[in-house]
Design a protein. Structure first.
Length: 776
């Protein structure tokens, strides 16, 4: 039997089991009418097929307009000057030379900047999205090395850049805390999203000490900077007290609300659009540049375009902080875990709210007799750190999954078998049942396809010329979230065209394409009769393209809107329709109209319903319900990651020669864009494993490699053939049966590579990135 058939049969069996369980238990809140959604109705079988990006031609021909491409009359260009000390105050700032240059329209410093309110930092209020809560250019204080100290507006970008370089600043420096080791004595337990991270179940230290087998290791991961291909930028202008901002954003409604607080205007007076975004990964939120550009535009009375240089992104857009993690596992001779300890320390600042929550994967990955999980944070004088693709899991799985591999070596068992031994029945730290967890199936099909049986368990035994060859694996895991706030407006016109509007985002993931497919399927319309409009804060909904939850959030809102639309249409159809007397839950969209679910002969087309009712259009707006499913169920995306590496015995160079991700993420809506999401995550994980590292000078708090020439990310030569497969088992408790897939791909990758490097060489590298000096 082929792997595909095997997986399909497995999927069907598992689907029947989970559907049965779903019906027995209370229905989930997002399901209209309390009837379990038939996952997605396969009317023309669109969902699950390969659909190319609808915006692809616009992007490759340059017709798609990104944030810094909106032309505005009388627009001027912004450039920034950055502080060169980590802490202190500006003693003098001389702007005369800059102001004297031709083309310069304005030089703004703390001396002439408009008075601004403090920025609400993310996680401090439902729509707060500031990277930190520091005042922006309001006084002479310096809080990090790289903080903007001046803004220049000029007729051209070149004039602005030149003028910014002529601004002369002297400082009174103060002693800054920039060394991690110096700050560690003041470590304190951190909380994440308002809750402490400490989990203690049983006496894990005692169980560890008593266990016949154990590992107890420290793993380190460095700072990482954000490098989306599209630099952070905005084009903006004021119309009276109204601010219109074309932004590169993964959170238009949040940016509008937060800017409104900063400028002391009503939320409705800030209009943020973001139709195309060249990657975000957690960085396209609200940083100083949008605030400074809007303040300078106000002062100058001119529209402003700001686009950060790559160095600018490193100076003032936060990245992932460093981590030092202890993972200790105590086990019985049969492999069962008695104790799982995952603790450690990260760096953050006094003015942001993001301690990298690296323990998240350890909360649910394995069963164990006892747990001790916690994250401490220290405060450094540096740029605020923030969310970066799979915050917590990407670096947390490096430590956890390396330690599991080390324990497998200690026990002399296969690392996949060890993971199966410790597969939990229910969430081991909450007791909540899993909604849909098929990680064992993902491992089995992945191992078969990758040829895991050809791996030699003894390290350093497979050599081809100068190259030592090894294989490693690791578990990928990332939670299912659905944030409240999803809402949608759905309009059906008399020509049978449906348009949904939602303040959501397309950062390159394929969202716009996939949700066009989903809506077309739900309404029974061809794709060219459906428009998905997004990327505008004036549209309904407060939707964050983050936490891999945008699809679930959109899905729940669209399901609610579809239910409202069907209600309206049935009212309009009235008693003369074949649909007379039916409830919204009794009809579905088929071939351009509504049909009774169990009797496809009872149908009326949308065009017919609207024309009989003499209506040009019907429009409804509805909100997705509260995400109660996450309270009833432990919900996650999963993957089994397999790496084959070749390590040069002479130079220590590591090449990843093959990679396979075997995923279990519920229903895959669009295999084409999903494959890209998985591959993109894996490529980012390869960068984390082998090259990415922000060089932070601990003497000065200055980032020393603020460019892609010195901060390495994978290029084509570094990326092998990446194979991607999935179970495609829908989760009946998630809208559309789908789990998020934006972040799962990066998780587990660094550990799979590190474990493969150990298998190839016998050398265990516990601090990322795995550079050749660590292997010689
Ligand atoms: Mo992400 S770090 O949720 O954009």
């Amino acid at each position: 039997m082929s792997i595909v058939e095997n997986a399909t049969q497995l999927a069907q069996g598992a689907l029947q089991a989970v559907m049965k369980k779903a019906v027995e238990l209370a229905p989930d809140s997002w399901i209209p009418g309390g009837v379990p959604d038939p996952l997605i109705q396969h009317k023309h079988g669109l969902v699950g097929t390969q659909v190319a990006r609808l915006d692809g031609p616009l992007k490759v021909t340059g017709a798609a307009r990104f944030a810094a491409e909106f032309p505005l009359e009388t627009m001027v260009y912004a450039a920034l000057t950055y502080s060169t000390i980590p802490k202190g105050r500006i003693a003098t700032i001389d702007v005369a030379a800059a102001e004297a240059l031709p083309g310069v329209v304005l030089v703004m410093t703390y001396k002439n900047a408009p008075r601004l309110n403090p920025t609400p930092a993310m996680l401090t209020a439902p729509k707060a999205i500031g990277g930190d809560q520091l005042p922006v250019m309001q006084d002479d204080r310096i809080h990090w090395n790289g903080e903007p100290v001046a803004v220049v507006l000029a007729q051209t970008q070149e004039q602005a850049d030149h003028a910014a370089s002529l601004i002369a600043v002297t400082y009174e420096t103060e002693i800054a805390m920039t060394r991690f080791e110096d700050a560690k004595p003041d470590r304190a337990a951190a909380s994440f999203m308002g809750a402490p991270m400490l989990i203690e179940i049983g006496d894990a230290e005692a169980s560890l000490a008593a266990a016949p087998h154990s590992v107890d290791r420290t793993y380190r991961t460095p700072r990482h900077n954000h490098n989306p291909i599209e630099l952070h930028g905005a084009t903006l202008f004021w119309q009276g007290d109204e601010l219109i901002l074309h932004d590169a954003s993964q959170c238009v409604a949040h940016v509008a609300w937060t800017l409104a607080q900063v400028f002391g205007v009503d939320e409705a007076q800030v209009h943020v659009t973001s139709p195309y975004v060249g990657g975000g990964f957690g960085s396209k939120t609200l940083w100083n540049h949008q605030i400074l550009a809007a303040a300078a535009a106000k002062l100058a009375g001119r529209p402003v375009r700001i686009m950060l240089s790559r160095e600018g992104v490193y100076r003032m857009v936060g990245g992932r902080t460093l981590t030092e993690q202890r993972v200790a596992i105590g086990a019985q001779a049969d492999g069962h875990f008695d104790a799982l300890i995952h603790t450690g320390v990260v760096a953050m600042t006094p003015h942001n709210s993001m301690p990298e929550p690296f323990i998240l994967p350890s909360k649910s990955a394995y069963a164990a007799g006892s747990f001790l999980l916690n994250v401490d944070a220290v405060k450094l004088d540096m740029l605020a750190n923030t969310f970066m693709r799979a915050p917590g899991e990407s670096v947390g799985t490096f430590a956890l999954e390396s330690a599991v591999d080390e324990l497998a070596v200690e026990l002399g068992v296969d690392p996949i078998a060890l993971r199966e031994t410790n597969e939990p029945e229910t969430n081991p730290t909450t007791g909540t049942p899993f909604s849909s967890r098929n990680i064992v199936a993902a491992y089995r099909s992945g191992a078969e396809r990758f040829g895991w049986d050809k791996r030699n368990a003894t390290p350093g035994t497979r050599r081809e010329g100068e190259w030592l060859v090894g294989m490693g694996c690791a578990t990928a895991t990332y939670p299912y979230y659905r944030m409240p706030g999803g809402a949608a407006r759905l309009t059906l016109t008399k020509d049978g065209h449906a348009t949904v509007e939602i303040a959501a985002h397309e950062m390159g993931m394929g969202t716009a394409t996939t949700h066009t497919m989903v809506l077309a399927e739900r309404l029974g319309l061809p794709m060219d009769k459906v428009s998905f409009l997004y990327g505008d804060s004036k549209m309904p909904g407060v939707v964050l393209a983050g936490g891999s939850q945008q699809t679930a959030s959109i899905g729940a809102a669209v399901i609610a809107a579809q239910n409202a639309l069907f209600t309206e249409l049935l009212k309009l159809a009235g008693n003369d329709s074949p649909l007379a007397g039916l409830k919204p839950s009794e009809v579905g969209g088929y071939e351009g109209g509504l049909c009774k679910l169990d009797d496809p002969s009872a149908c009326e087309s949308y065009v017919s319903i609207l024309s009989r009712a003499q209506r040009d259009a019907v429009s409804v707006e509805a909100a997705g319900s509260a995400p109660l499913e996450t309270q009833h169920w432990s919900m996650h995306s999963y993957g089994a990651m397999f790496a084959e590496v070749r390590v040069n015995a002479v130079t220590g160079e590591v090449r990843v020669s093959r990679f396979l991700g075997s995923f279990d993420c519920g229903k895959i809506l669009n295999p084409k864009t999903a494959t890209s999401q998985f591959r993109g995550g894996i490529i980012m994980g390869l960068g984390m494993a082998l090259m990415e590292e922000t060089q932070f000078d601990e003497r000065t708090g200055r980032v020393m490699n603020p460019s892609l020439a010195e901060y390495h990310v994978p290029v084509h030569m570094d990326v092998p053939e990446i194979d991607v497969i999935w179970t495609d088992i829908p989760d009946p408790h998630a809208p559309m049966g789908a789990h998020g897939i934006g972040e799962i791909g990066i998780t587990g990758v660094a550990a799979a590579v590190a474990n493969a490097v150990f298998n190839a060489t016998g050398k265990r590298v516990r601090d990322l990135p795995i550079t050749l000096d660590k292997l010689l």
